[in-house]
Ligand binder design. Sequence first.
Ligand SMILES: Cc1cc2nc3c(=O)[nH]c(=O)nc-3n(C[C@H](O)[C@H](O)[C@H](O)COP(=O)(O)OP(=O)(O)OC[C@H]3O[C@@H](n4cnc5c(N)ncnc54)[C@H](O)[C@@H]3O)c2cc1C
Length: 428
Amino acid sequence: MLAAMDADATAEVIVIGAGIAGASAACEIAARRRVLLLERESQPGYHTTGRSAALFTETYGNAAMRALTRASRPFLFEPPAGFAPTPLVSARGTLLVARSDQLAALQRAFDECSRLVPNLQRCSGEEVRRRVPCFAADQVAGGLLEPDARDIDVHALHQGYLRLMRERGGRLLCNAEVRALAHDGQRWRVATAAGEFAAPMVVNAAGAWADEIAGLAGVAPIGLVPKRRTAITFDPPAGAAIADWPAVIDVDEQWYFKPEAGRLLASPADETPSPPCDAQPEELDIAVLVDRLTTATLLRVSRIHARWAGLRSFVADKSIVAGFDDRAPGFYWLAGQGGYGIQTAPAVARAAAALIEGQPLPADLADLGITQAALSPRRAGLGNAQAGACAASPARAPARVAERAGACAALLLACQCASRQGAKNEQR
Ligand SMILES: Cc1cc2nc3c(=O)[nH]c(=O)nc-3n(C[C@H](O)[C@H](O)[C@H](O)COP(=O)(O)OP(=O)(O)OC[C@H]3O[C@@H](n4cnc5c(N)ncnc54)[C@H](O)[C@@H]3O)c2cc1C
């Protein structure tokens, strides 16, 4: 039986993890329920949320993630009055680009995405070069412009949710690592570094650690695989007016770059499986990036200002996992946000609040074809995302090793790395 507990130690819902997933869900749930948000670190947003590229793009990810992005658009573009002191998004645009041998892939992207995003624009190679003058004629043959893509102010979004959660009576407790979870027949008892807490419902929003939290609770894992992604910032070409450049993304997602506070942010779009950890950038991934950018564009990386890495966590089908686990009472999963956790957070948080109230998904999500079954933690198609990655990789592995070796040599020759200290949280 439950021993008497201090009122401060109890809640109706305990949310574990105060990244964007936990903060947004806690805020929406707090409109109706007494919420306690537990975070292991001394500040929220320290892990993946503080390390993103901060893009909102409706052409990214599978159909389910694109629909959740679409459903988040109204909130991000027009948040409730007083939610944040500044707009949550600003103009950016994305430009998917293709060499001549990639034009079929560009056509496929257009065919697939234009149903949801009707104002996508096909561009010639010449038009791409006019908009982003850092390609030679033989480096780009076409593009796909998404004019409504935006930069997201992740800090404003995250802090806005935390502030509104508090206004609604919710509490955030940092330095409160969850170390044990047990259901006593009535409530989940949650032992943390900051004491013991209890609630009938828990929301597992622990990012890369979500399967570990499930393990503490005796709940079967969902096969989550955290995958490291690396980013750097570097100087743009001298005299280039980059502020209005869109984010430029290789159609096969081998690299991307975008303006970032007067510099260029770039990534090799790496997806290296990793245990849950405080991810750090690796020299080889930066070398691969430099090599790919040098091959695909006229850009030269002469001085790296910041470098960081974060973990994007996926299940095998690459859709988010959001729903109650039917094998554990009151255990709600909010995991597998992959590379879309910021841009989908508003819709996913509203879904969590509805399901926790025992209601159906909000009508606007259902209208976009989003179903509880597609988000369920026990849907078919989960399992080990690592297995999926390995199955796909043998053919590419030798090429990748060779590319890395060549890239490393190129980096040593070409790149004067100005800053060697980790700057992983620059984006926060
Ligand atoms: C380089 C990069 C670029 C990206 N670009 C984009 C982009 O352009 N657009 C986009 O939408 N997304 C992007 N993403 C993905 C996005 O950042 C993630 O999907 C999102 O931040 C995941 O949020 P989260 O809250 O699930 O995880 P996190 O931010 O990692 O939060 C999980 C929290 O749980 C806490 N926690 C873990 N275990 C415990 C425990 N035992 N007790 C208490 N707390 C615990 C952790 O400390 C952490 O704070 C990018 C990611 C990377 C790395």
